[in-house]
Design a protein around this ligand. Structure first.
Ligand code: TZD
Ligand code: CA
Length: 551
């Protein structure tokens, strides 16, 4: 247990503290930093330690918990899931440059999904950094750029608590995102600066709302539009603004598309106005939005493409309005007008101020057929999703890293509640297992189901160990088709032939699960999968279900 509270009181009551820096030794940088983390609710530390981090982790306070990941991609992914699902910043502690490097693939997703992460890494002692001893983080603040909003090595030991405070506030100012601090390990025992305790009293808020004129103009355009459409993205869910999106869509009778590659689910897929997820290619988006004169994109960039499909950005005659929390997103779009503002407040204002219109209601999306023609030996992906839809609780949370079946998932899974879906926003694999763990830690009252490809699962397979040790009851459904299916599809799109390295046969996921301490069950029939899932849902342990699927 740290004694910061007592020391602070002592420091405050000692009139000589401010004038005599020697007195400040009563509070160490270590104590002051833990007090600050505690004050911000950052009492869960996701990490993998090394020599540079031991002085930070010493005398670990009993009101903190340390979640150990065996690889830094897992550490960062767990924190990402935790931050996204709690809608609060999460704290990460990595080992020097090597640990940071291992985490950087996962950082590509974190910055793209505006995850507020305070990523720290231990540095060698200040007096040796220049000589580059083992495990020096050379040019530490350059290393994680451009995958963080801000990166810094405190200028002195006394600057550490202040820099931590800056990191916490910056990560949680719009647009939320990861920040990075490299901290020399001899800083922790140093005395804190006078009045360091005042850091914990600071509050910083960055909510912005559109001006009256901007809002009136948008409401008038919506009202005057002949055939407007709403495209909703992940930041609507991140901002806990689903209710306002539903209210706006219903008042204005707007068909609702999900933004391409959306990393969260901003609108219930069971709502009659839900149209589906837009594909991630220019030409396809323009084709699907044809006929709309006003395209209102909220909580997503315009647009996050994947496959290069030359074509128009938007249909002729259409106007785009984008409401985003991210100035970069607003500025880099190739078309349309953008308003940088708080998503939830703006959506709520729009929902209240838009008049009820009597447009004809949006078309009802055709339901996908259920008449599967099963092929022996393995399941069709659509069978897997229909069984999930029928068997999982209605508030189940899905973490999707099954790359070739994302369209089928959006077509078939009922995602009713806010916070029901997570997907790697930048496409970096290694997301599914750790993010499922982080989300499950954040939401103990809901069940998390990771739907993960056999290729993807390997990038963070060691997360299974943390699931077992922490008894995190996430269910991992591994779709094993023996191949990098999405790349086979992409090879067709690009019309390239004879590409090596696209198959991944011969992996026994049940054995891997067992090796890390998680129960593994294999299913190659619909019945077998349904039974395994029902049993996993009835228990309170992590379970891996390896489902053999047709490619
Ligand atoms: N490495 C990393 C870190 N991220 C990536 N996105 C890739 C490689 C490339 N990649 C994709 O973009 S999809 C994919 C790879 C290797 C195949 C994933 O295979 P899977 O799922 O088995 O998980 P499908 O459904 O068979 O595609
Ligand atoms: Ca696969």
């Amino acid at each position: 247990m740290t004694t910061f509270g007592e020391s602070t009181e002592a420091a405050k009551s000692s009139p000589s503290t401010d004038s005599n820096p020697g007195q400040a030794a009563m509070t160490s940088v270590h104590s002051a930093s833990y007090a600050l983390l505690r004050r911000h609710g950052l009492t869960t530390i996701f990490g993998n330690p090394g020599s540079n981090e031991l002085p930070f982790l010493k005398n670990f306070p009993s009101d903190f918990r340390y979640i150990l990941g065996l690889h830094e991609g897992v550490v960062l992914g767990m924190a990402d899931g935790f931050a996204q699902a709690t809608r609060r910043p999460a704290f990460v502690n990595l080992h020097a440059a090597a640990g940071t490097g291992n985490a950087m693939g996962a950082m590509t997703n974190a910055i793209a999904s505006h995850s507020p992460l305070i990523i720290t890494a231990g540095q060698q002692v200040r007096g040796m950094i220049g000589m580059e001893p083992m495990l020096t983080n050379v040019d530490a603040s350059l290393l994680p750029r451009p995958l963080v909003k801000w990166s810094y090595e405190p200028a002195s030991p006394q600057d550490v608590p202040r820099a931590l405070s800056q990191a916490i506030h910056l990560a949680s100012l719009p647009p939320n995102g990861p920040v990075y601090l490299s901290i020399p390990y001899d800083d922790w025992d140093a005395p804190a600066a006078p009045q360091t305790h005042l850091l914990a009293e600071r509050s910083v808020t960055g909510e912005t709302v559109p001006t009256r004129q901007t809002l009136d103009d948008l409401v008038a355009r919506l009202e005057g539009a002949r055939n407007p459409v709403l495209v909703l993205g992940p930041d609507v869910d991140a901002a806990a603004a689903q209710h306002a999106a539903i209210a706006l869509a219903e008042k204005q009778r707007l068909p609702v598309w999900i933004a391409p590659s959306s990393a969260r689910c901003p609108f219930p897929t069971t709502h009659p106005f839900f149209q589906g997820i837009l594909p991630a290619g220019m030409a396809s988006i323009s084709r699907l939005l044809e006929g709309h004169d006003l395209i209102l994109v909220i909580g997503a960039p315009v647009f996050r493409y994947h496959q290069f499909e030359p074509g128009r950005f938007i249909p002729d005659g259409a106007t785009v309005f984008n409401i985003t929390c991210d100035p970069q997103e607003a500025a880099r779009a190739p078309v349309g007008n953008a308003i940088v503002a708080d998503i939830r407040r703006t959506l709520e204002m729009l929902a209240v101020e838009s008049p009820i219109v009597d447009r004809s209601p949006p078309r009802i999306r055709p339901r996908p057929a259920r008449d599967h023609h099963p092929k022996p030996g393995a399941l069709l992906p659509q069978e897997v999703f229909d069984i999930l839809a029928d068997t999982a609780p209605s508030d189940a949370i899905y973490v999707n890293e099954s790359t070739s079946t994302t369209g089928i998932l959006w077509e078939r899974l009922p995602l009713r509640e806010p916070g029901s879906y997570y997907f790697p926003a930048a496409g970096g694999l290694g997301f599914g297992i750790p993010v499922a763990l982080g989300v499950q830690l954040a939401c103990p009252d809901r069940r998390v189901i990771g739907v993960i490809g056999d290729g993807s699962a390997n990038f963070s397979i060691t997360g299974l160990w943390t699931a077992a040790q922490e008894r995190i009851p996430a269910i991992f459904v591994i779709l094993n088709n023996g191949t990098y299916g999405a790349l086979r599809w992409f090879a067709d799109v690009l019309e390239v032939k004879d590409v090596p390295g696209l198959d991944v046969p011969g992996i026994d996921f049940c054995a891997l699960a067992q090796g890390y301490g998680v129960r593994g069950v294999r299913a190659n029939t619909a019945r077998g999968f349904q039974d395994a899932l029902t049993e996993a849902l009835a228990g309170q342990e992590p379970v891996l279900i390896e489902v053999l699927t047709h490619a």
